[in-house]
Design a protein around this ligand. Structure first.
Ligand code: BTN
Length: 334
């Protein structure tokens, strides 16, 4: 993990390099108030993370692709109503998985909500044991560790509600056209995956349930970068044809998720959020195939029931509820 002081220097260095021009080590060192060696070390560090930099003797360094690092000062401008939460946000430079990190830190977490973001995950995890490709500085890798006062049975729809929060955030960001949710909570744009959510129930005590909510959103990842992802995917940069500042998206996302968690905590019925979910159901009335306990099931998507289980209309007319965790959608058509 990069120490905090170094991280703020790293952010400033990357900001200076964002103008597509060359900058010599001496000028960068002077502007940052550090030594040329320290600048060189940070440049090596960025290269080590896979950041593409051009270095020409006499001219200095230039970023080949745009890059803006995660910056708490930019993120917190979106969380003015959640001041206390800002203290609980940790931004790492690289970690195996933000979900795993928060799980390992549980004993130190005194408050109901702790948040972790990172520039890169070396062992990012997806649902059903899959991995989540997490290149440096490109996307959002965000986890929230939440001590809910609810029992597990009361958190049935949580993973779907987080999907709704992500959709609300994307809308606030200005993207709604063509966005949908593939049960339970994959966020799709047209027929390409944009974001995924991994909700892990860590423990249930008499006082409530400890949950880790992980969100991965493709922001500035480009197809030219040849991501090892075996399904069709997109990113916000692909959708908008513009490099995006992840800090804005993180701020909006956190605000939307925290609002949903507060609703749950105040025992508001999830009905409104689940009704919102149904508006985005890309599988509704579509012929789909599910793998369920190692078996393949085919049917027509009929939305969800009150528990958030997918309803499949089978050939014999039966409506089969499929619970999360055991079920994965193998194919679908939009
Ligand atoms: C999926 O669609 O399979 C879920 C992907 C969830 C990925 C996020 S990235 C942040 C958090 N840390 C992880 O290791 N996974 C989640």
């Amino acid at each position: 993990m990069v120490p905090l002081k170094n991280r703020s220097n790293l952010i400033s260095l990357v900001d200076l390099l964002m103008d597509d021009q060359f900058h010599t080590g001496s000028v960068l060192a002077m502007k940052l108030g550090i030594t040329k060696t320290a600048v060189w070390k940070m440049i090596q560090q960025l290269k080590g993370y896979g950041v593409q930099l051009e270095a020409i003797k006499g001219k200095g360094y230039r970023l080949i692709q745009p890059l803006q690092l995660l910056d708490i000062d930019r993120i917190k401008t979106f969380l003015t109503a959640q001041q206390a939460i800002i203290e609980n946000i940790i931004i790492l430079t690289s970690v195996d998985s933000t979900n795993t990190y928060l799980k390992n830190q549980l004993a130190q977490q005194r408050l109901p909500l702790s948040i972790c973001l990172t520039e890169q995950q070396t062992a990012g995890r997806g649902r059903l044991g899959r991995s989540w490709f997490s290149p440096f500085g490109a996307n959002i890798y965000l986890s929230l560790s939440w001590k809910s006062q609810q029992a597990i049975s009361e958190l049935n729809g949580l993973s779907l509600i987080i999907g709704v929060a992500v959709i609300k955030a994307l809308k606030e960001f200005g993207l709604s056209e063509g966005i949908g949710i593939k049960w339970p909570n994959d966020i799709y744009y047209q027929d390409q995956k944009l974001a995924g959510i991994l909700v892990e129930i860590v423990a249930e005590r008499h006082s409530g349930t400890q949950v880790i909510i992980g969100i991965g959103m493709n922001v500035n990842m480009l197809h030219q970068q040849q991501a090892p992802i075996d399904k069709a995917w997109t990113s916000i940069e692909h959708m908008t044809q513009q490099y995006q500042d992840r800090n804005i998206l993180v701020g909006i996302l956190l605000k939307a998720i925290i609002a949903e968690l507060e609703n749950i905590q105040q025992q508001h019925s999830p009905a409104a959020s689940l009704a919102e979910w149904k508006k985005y159901d890309v599988l509704y009335e579509k012929a789909i195939t599910l793998s369920h306990h190692g078996k393949e099931l085919s049917g027509i998507g009929k939305g969800i029931n009150e528990q958030g289980h997918l309803l499949l209309l089978m050939a014999d007319g039966a409506l089969l509820p499929c619970s999360s965790g055991e079920t994965s959608i193998k194919q679908f058509s939009i």
